[in-house]
Design a protein around this ligand. Structure first.
Ligand code: ATR
Length: 269
């Protein structure tokens, strides 16, 4: 895991669990690499003894520029979070965030696909970009996008085309009654941050509410959704599922996201 800083990453716990569980003789370590050294470090991964890497803040966009070849998700999202070196020494990049979000959503709330005509996404950072890509790939016909800084939502919507429509941050409550799926990608509700102020009661009775925040696991948004009888999907599942394609690529085993793995990571939160 390459980041700057990188101490707080939970990825070593996830991959360490799978390495032990599948009896693989390998290691997953953390590398704190400052931005000025990042392209050179990534380009010489095998010289550092690695077959691949995960990339986190602030390097995800630089990773896309550095790899020899990137998958369609990474190109659409504009960021790479998973890389591997092939037998010819070529550096490949992928983005598994949309995969992680969608796989977790399907696992926790498969009903979201029934009549998923309108979804609302809150936020316009890197996570929102990944989730918009995932929802559009899944065929969601209409996505309402809102963000405190509306210009960032406008830019994002322009990149994704006609199915994404921007709603002013102040007007989000009035658009909720049409939304079968609500996704929070802002940092509101995270420990130490203000809760997200949104009228959960305005959502339809069969709506699904997903939060990408996972500290705390039960955000005020998810608590309000569950209190109303809606299905809540927490952010930890996305983190666990986004790790699967990388592990499979590096170690040759497709790992499973199990309750034991989840419990192990929950204990570190
Ligand atoms: P990430 O890459 O993880 O998505 P980010 O780029 O820092 O993170 O984005 C954080 C998101 O949380 C942004 O959409 C941000 O809104 P702005 O674009 O207006 O900054 C949103 N956010 C953070 N604090 C917020 C607050 N107090 N009220 C509303 N939105 C907030």
């Amino acid at each position: 895991m390459i980041g700057w800083p990188v101490e707080h990453s939970r990825s070593p716990a996830i991959h360490g669990y799978w390495l032990a569980h599948y009896g693989i003789d390998g290691a997953y370590t953390k590398e704190a690499v400052p931005p000025e050294n990042f392209p050179a470090f990534l380009s010489t991964l095998s010289e550092h003894g690695y077959v691949g890497a995960n990339v986190t803040l602030p390097h995800k966009e630089a990773a896309l520029r550095t790899v020899d070849d990137a998958d369609p998700a990474a190109r659409a999202i504009g960021a790479v979070n998973t890389v591997w070196v092939d037998e010819r020494g070529m550096l490949h990049g992928a983005n598994t965030d949309a995969y992680g979000f969608m796989t977790n959503l399907d696992a926790c709330a498969p009903e979201w696909r029934e009549g998923y005509d309108v979804a609302m996404v809150l936020g316009a950072g890197g996570a929102a970009r990944a989730i918009l890509h995932g929802l559009i790939e899944a065929g969601v016909p209409r996505i309402l996008l809102t963000n405190r800084t509306i210009a960032k939502a406008d830019t994002l919507a322009r990149d994704f085309g006609d199915s994404v429509q921007v709603v002013p941050w102040e007007d989000k409550d009035s658009a909720l009654s049409a939304c079968r799926l609500l996704v929070n990608t802002t940092s509101l509700g995270m420990a130490g941050q203000a809760p997200l102020d949104i009228m959960v009661s305005a959502l339809p009775a069969d709506a699904v509410v997903a939060d990408i925040v996972y500290v705390p696991l039960e955000t005020p948004l998810l608590a309000a959704a569950r209190a109303r009888g809606l299905t809540g999907v927490d952010g930890l599942g996305m983190l666990l599922h986004q790790a699967v394609p990388g592990f499979e690529r590096w170690f040759g085993v497709r790992p499973e996201v199990t309750p034991d793995l989840r419990a192990l990571v929950v204990a570190t939160l």
